[in-house]
Each structure stands twice: as C-alpha cells, then as structure tokens.
Design a protein around this ligand. Sequence first.
Ligand code: UD1
Length: 377
Amino acid sequence: MNRALAETNLACVVGARPNFMKMAPILRALERHPRVRAVLVHTGQHYDENLSDVFFDDLDMKRPDVCLEVGSGRHGEQTSRVLEGIEALLLRAAADGRPFHRIVVVGDVNSTMAAALAAIKLQVPVAHVEAGLRSFDRSMPEEINRIVTDSVSDMLFVSEPSGMENLRREGHSESQLHLVGNVMIDTLMCLLPRAKSQDALTNLGLEPHGYAVVTLHRPANVDEPETLRGILDVLAETAQKLPLVFPVHPRTLERMKRFDLQDRFRASTGVRQLPPLGYLDFLAITSQARVIVTDSGGLQEEATALGIPCLTMRPNTERPITVEEGTSTLVGNDPARLRNCLEAVLCGTYKQGRSPALWDGKAALRIAEILAACIHR
Ligand code: UD1
C-alpha cells in the first residue's frame, strides 16, 4: 500500500508556555506509532526566549515544523491571527495531497481555541487534551477557550473526574470521553530527577524547603494597583521570615513598574525577583519549596503532584481535585487570607494532600494509543 495513504497525519498545536510541557510527552509517545506522522505547529502566541524557546531544549522537544508567529495582541486580534494561520496550513496540506486527518490541541490558551475552530470549520476533527475542566467563571478568557474548544472536539482527553462530569452534563457521548490522567505530570515525573540535579538552588543561595515560590500573572491579581499592592505587601512581609523567589511574567513586571511597586518590592528583605525561568530551573525550585503561592492553573497541579502546599490566588478553580485531594487552597486575592494561610504553612498546621489517580506519568502513552487506533476517514 502507498505509505502516504497509510499514514495518519496529525497537526499538534502549541502556542503558549503552559502548552509546551503538555505536548512534549504526547509527541514522544506518538513516536512509538510508525504510522502516525505528527507535525508540530507553534502559533507564536508566546515568543520571548524565556517564555518559549528555552522550553524546547529543557523538554527535549523537537523544534516546531511550522511557526505562525502570531505574537501578542488583543484577544480578538490574537485569536483571528491563529485562525487564519491554521486554516491556511490545513488548506495547503490538503492541496499538497498530505491532508491532516486530525488536529491535537492542549490546554486552554487562545491558540488552543483558535486552532480548534479553524480545524472544525474545515471538517478536520479535533482532539482536546485537558478537556472538561470548568471554573464556571466566564470572566476568565481561559474558561471561554475551554468551553468552545470542547464543544467542537470529538475526542476529549480528561485529566480528572470532574472533567468527565462536566462533559457528560454538556451532552458529549461516552464514546468521546477518555479519562487518561495528566500529561503535565508525565513531564514533571520524567524530568524531576534532572531538575533536582541542577544547581538552581545553590545558585540562588537557597536551602531545600527553606523558601517560598511565587508566580502571578492573571489580570484579576495584577491589573488593579490596589490588589497587586495588597498581595505584594503580604509577600514582602513573609519574605522577612522565609526567603521568597518570584520569577515575574512580563505582564506582571509591566504592571509593577507602571504602578510604581517594582523598586520597593524588589529591594525588600528576602525577596529574589527573577525573570521567567526555564522548565528545569523552575521545577528545581518548586519541587523543593516550602510553599507555592500562585494563580497559575498548571502550578496548582504540579504542587499537588509534588506534595507541596499551594496557596492559589484565585476565587475558583477548574481543577477541583487539587483542592479536594491535593495540596491547594483557594485564597482569592484577599491579603488577610493569604497571610493566615502562609502562617498555617509556617507553623506546620497546613493540610497534607495526595496525588490523584492516573497522575502516574503515563497519560501521554494512553492518549497516543487512542489516537493511533483511530483510523482516519
Ligand atoms: C497566556 C494564557 C494563560 C496562561 C499564560 C501562561 C490566554 C488567554 N492566556 O497568558 O492562560 O496561563 O499564557 O504564561 O491564552 N508577552 C511577552 N512575551 C511573550 C508573550 C507575551 O512579553 O512571549 C507579554 C505581552 O505584553 C502580552 C502579555 O505578555 O501582551 C500577555 O500575553 P498573552 O499571550 O496575551 O497572555 P498571557 O498573560 O501570557
């Protein structure tokens, strides 16, 4: 049989930092299936060296086969550039006689939703990895991205039971749903030994379990001067007792400068303000932290897998298992609540958690099996 006809062509799309660690193990697992050809497409939503390039090295991930270079912009602009780029790519591949049989998208960023929409309009089926998560908070752009992406996907790979319930309630049929576990934890388990052997802690002068890690980037926490100031004040106060490492997202840095908060915070005792870190350095510091303070979705899950207390600076979460079984507590953006939770951690009364079922490092293998078994039309 003609080999080109026998191949299943998958377009695997990434765009922003949290996508890379989810796609890396899927690409690796697909390599075990010789009849699957996986083409890696980077939309370019994140383009800075330290938000994008460094991850390809750290994750041992092949360089993208296609780069769309959409860059930053308002949501509509960014989404429309990805839509146009992915549509053109799919049309060109079909015209060249090597059509894509399926597109694979991960997570909930603008690139995820836009790529899924472009594909389904051309009747290219969509597989969504990390499907079904719902915060029920439609003011979050990621929630809109999750709802739209799931609604046009016919293969839904789910990381925790709440996702299955949400998708059933939204009318997806049982045959579309696959509870496979968490691909981001695949990457974490695979790279943890290497991360811990890095010199990251020594270079920063930190002792294992003797410091806190902070990340913040969500508009609800960083776009209002009063809110950001309240959070930073509690963090600076805590840093006097427990050194605090803060790799700062470009958006947050811009706001700190604009609100005139940057100089005072950076100069506070115990504060180590850093640029965004690569995957291995970041895992080295999170895995050995005493406590993590964050508004990231992914870091809540990583903290749970690592058994590190996680104070989540959000009023809700689309990942309830991290609160119910894991180490996360929802703190909102209330400075007093943050201070109380940090004290509970410091005096040893904070809860213990456990790692959820199927977060076992093998989620991508399960996904690749299912993708490879699906014969294209
Ligand atoms: C995006 C995702 C968010 C994810 C986060 C992780 C959406 C809606 N949001 O948010 O879910 O948690 O990534 O980091 O998709 N910028 C740079 N360099 C870059 C990229 C962005 O400086 O390489 C700056 C630009 O000023 C840009 C701003 O960051 O306007 C926001 O970037 P954008 O991709 O729109 O969203 P994130 O806040 O990064």
